[in-house]
Design a protein around this ligand. Structure first.
Ligand code: GDP
Length: 294
């Protein structure tokens, strides 16, 4: 992932690297190249401009022109700014309540069901009692998909195959968890191919009826700028707590990871990097910045 952004950034920065001395002209040209690399990687233009303005200002402020290794110093500044852009600190999910409820929302195909399974597996490995709730009543295969995953990871899946009422399934799942001593319920909801009023209303209704302590918005990182727009729409309706970026094992250009925090002002909490149940990582902005810079 990020190969092309990595290449372009490194190419931009390389012009400063071996130099003993640089001028403000070098800094301006390199900064411009960095901006171009970010925009090419699908980073929102405004975000790319803001960050590169900061990089240039910081570079000149820190007397980079007379530094012993100006290139190294520049790389450090870019790293710091990329980290800050992605939120600075890693942020954990909120697990509160008995049981704690985690609501998963996003478009169809974004990777919600897969992620629900992965999160359940991660929490199970931490020794927690988890229940998965299948509330995607529109996609017939969704319930079976979750059941297969549940079996694979050894986590119970609550479903009502004959019900067409997602809110009541969610409520019943929470009641079932309480009765059976499960401490966390992960609720997988329905998605549509595009943002749709009926879907939004349904997720909102589920939210108000089961009061999750954490709402995670799942988005396919391959969708670039669209990922950011979809995040904005979901956030306006759901006021979610965190973002899950999926399919970062593909050739996503990375723009979503870099712009989403800035545009939506919600932290990325997990990244999903494959179809296997183990392919889930907590999101660390500094590690991601290091990965991007190679
Ligand atoms: P949902 O409609 O949002 O529930 O999406 P699914 O969980 O069914 O995922 C849609 C497709 O993307 C499936 O074929 C998944 O196996 C695949 N998928 C999900 N997450 C990832 C990921 O991180 N990497 C890759 N390569 N594929 C993924």
């Amino acid at each position: 992932m990020f190969e092309s952004l990595q290449d372009k950034l490194n190419k931009a920065i390389r012009t400063l690297k071996g130099k003993d001395r640089i001028s403000d002209i070098n800094v301006a040209a390199t900064t411009k190249e960095v901006r171009r690399a970010l925009v090419d990687a699908d980073v929102n233009f405004k975000v790319a401009k803001e960050i590169t303005d900061k990089i240039r200002e910081k570079a000149l402020d820190q007397k980079i022109l007379i530094a012993v290794e100006p290139g190294q110093m520049f790389v450090k500044i870019v790293h710091e700014e990329l980290t800050a852009l992605m939120g600075g600190q890693a942020e954990a999910i909120n697990i509160k309540g008995d049981p704690a409820v985690i609501l998963i929302a996003g478009l169809q195909g974004s990777g919600k069901t897969t992620f629900s399974g992965k999160l359940a597996y991660m929490l199970k490995r931490q020794g927690r009692q988890v229940l998965l709730a299948a509330c995607d009543i529109y996609r017939p295969a969704a319930i079976d998909q979750l059941k297969v995953l549940g079996e694979q990871i050894g986590v119970e899946v609550y479903s009502e195959p004959d019900s067409k009422n997602a809110v009541s399934i969610a409520q019943n799942a929470v009641a079932h968890a309480k009765k059976s001593g499960k401490k966390i319920v992960i609720v997988d909801t329905a998605g549509r191919l595009a943002v749709d009023e009926v879907m939004m209303q349904e997720v909102e209704n589920i939210k108000s009826s089961i009061k999750p302590s954490e709402i995670l918005f799942v988005v396919d990182s391959m969708t670039g700028q669209d990922a950011v727009n979809t995040a904005k729409t979901f956030n306006e309706r759901l006021n979610f707590d965190g973002v899950v970026l999926t399919k970062l094992d593909g050739d996503a250009r990375g723009g979503a990871a870099l712009s989403i925090r800035q545009i939506v002002d919600k932290p990325i909490k997990y990244i999903s990097t494959g179809e296997k149940m183990e392919a889930l990582d907590s999101f660390y902005p500094d590690r991601m910045a290091s990965r991007i810079l190679g």
